[in-house]
Design a protein around this ligand. Structure first.
Ligand SMILES: NC(=O)c1ccc[n+]([C@@H]2O[C@H](COP(=O)([O-])OP(=O)(O)OC[C@H]3O[C@@H](n4cnc5c(N)ncnc54)[C@H](O)[C@@H]3O)[C@@H](O)[C@H]2O)c1
Length: 393
């Protein structure tokens, strides 16, 4: 485990909980004290203040990167050199170019590069994706994902050089990959339109942003991200298809509400209060996707397969984020620059309108309050739109 901070602890909880057979051997932290504390708490036999020592340790087969964004690339370099499989937290890089370097490093070294995008592994997300992929929603037209909270917990996130940006690179990476999964990873993201602003904090990066990602088949992915949101951590997705809709709430108000006069402690990630009506989360590591994520990663390493989220996915996400930053400045749609596209090349949509009969397309049918059925039709040849009233059945 490289890192002993916030996410390293979530990962360790997921990895050492529920009688897992995977074992954490060694933790790296630049602070001897924190490395020792982490090792003691999670019962690791070794700890170190050297990344090289951790990665090259003979008992280590897989390295988990849980370091600040600026250290992902050097950590991947160390893993490639040592020939150890590597699982890297999000965002993969601070830019598409950095992510591409990491992708090339793992592919040249012949090691697996797993992208730890936990929000694409939450139980609700996995079920939703299954519904979408089995056709339950028809053709996906729009997929929106929102992540908003009052801002991250460590200094380096607020330093643009170390983090690579603000809420877009930190939270947008989740939202973009969620929408991309629903729309279809084989569909090429082509253009981005983004608004971003620094509305509250004295920082160089954005603390609030909204963006749209246009895909080659006409579908739209929308992301809403904020470090200004008050009231905890808002994690919601919506998918709109021609045959159905999904509304998904991963965190606040998910059917578990507790009232406390304020004598308790930790409630949930980014919760702002422990007084009054609270929205705790039963098993955060599980509900945030960490358990399913590591299961997929390790099973794929054992089977020699690619996991659901790879370094290539991380690279595509970073390339979309790059375009979002350019668009936020230019104010226009900007192209997604993908040096390497591995998905479908012909993704043009053939519109299949619903026929009412030989002469008409069906636009809409509705039963009105008096029981009458109203039908709106379009003539296939003349284009005329007509209304037909059917008597109550
Ligand atoms: N849902 C998620 O997947 C999720 C959630 C939170 C954070 N993250 C990601 O995890 C990574 C770490 O974030 P965090 O929240 O754990 O932050 P953190 O500040 O709690 O921990 C960062 C770790 O990196 C180390 N570090 C920072 N600067 C360093 C330096 N110059 N040299 C050596 N070590 C250094 C810290 O000591 C610490 O161990 C980031 O890439 C972040 O985006 C992912």
């Amino acid at each position: 485990m490289l890192g002993s901070g916030f996410i390293a602890r979530f990962y360790a909880d997921a990895l050492s909980g529920q009688r897992r057979k995977d074992t954490l051997h060694i933790v790296y932290s630049r602070s001897e004290e924190r490395a020792q504390k982490f090792a003691a708490e999670y019962r690791l036999p070794y700890h170190t203040t050297s990344i090289e020592e951790a990665v090259n340790h003979p008992e280590v087969e897989v390295v988990v990167i849980a370091l600040s964004n600026d250290l992902h690339l050097p950590a991947v370099e160390a893993c490639a050199k040592a020939g150890k499989h590597v699982l890297c937290t999000k965002p993969l890089g601070r830019s598409g170019a950095e992510a591409k370097q990491m992708l090339e490093l793992v592919e040249k070294a012949g090691i697996m590069g797993g992208y730890l995008e936990d929000l694409c592994y939450t139980p609700k997300f996995l079920k939703s994706l299954d519904i979408v992929q089995s056709g339950g929603l028809g053709r996906v037209l729009w997929a929106k994902s929102r992540e908003a909270h009052p801002g991250p917990h460590s200094d380096w996130f607020w330093n643009k050089e170390q983090s690579g940006g603000g809420a877009i690179v930190d939270l947008g990476c989740h939202c973009i990959e969620i929408s991309r999964n629903f729309i279809g990873k084989n569909i090429k993201p082509v253009e981005v339109m983004c608004w971003a602003a620094t509305q509250v904090h004295p920082i160089e990066a954005e603390d609030n942003a909204i963006g749209m990602v246009k895909y080659a088949n006409g579908a739209i992915g929308q992301f809403e991200v904020s470090w200004c949101f008050r009231g905890g951590m808002d994690l919601r997705d919506e998918v709109m298809g021609t045959e159905g809709t999904i509304w998904l709430n991963n965190f606040l108000r998910t059917g578990f509400e507790v009232f406390s006069a304020g004598k308790g402690g930790y409630v949930a990630e980014k919760a702002e209060s422990n007084t009054g009506w609270l929205f705790p989360v039963g098993d955060e590591a599980h509900e945030l996707g960490y358990s399913h994520m590591f299961t997929d990663m390790f099973e794929c390493i054992e089977a020699g397969k690619q996991p659901g989220e790879t370094f290539y996915d991380g690279y595509v996400v970073n390339a979309i984020i790059d375009a979002a930053y350019i668009s936020a400045k230019s104010g226009i749609w900007e192209p997604v620059q993908l040096e390497e596209w591995r998905g479908d090349t012909d993704t043009g949509t053939t519109l299949a309108y619903t026929s009412y009969d030989a002469q008409y397309y069906l636009i809409k049918e509705e039963v009105l309050p008096d029981g009458q059925k109203k039908i709106i039709l379009k003539d296939k040849n003349t284009g005329e739109v007509i209304r037909k009233d059917l008597e109550p059945a």
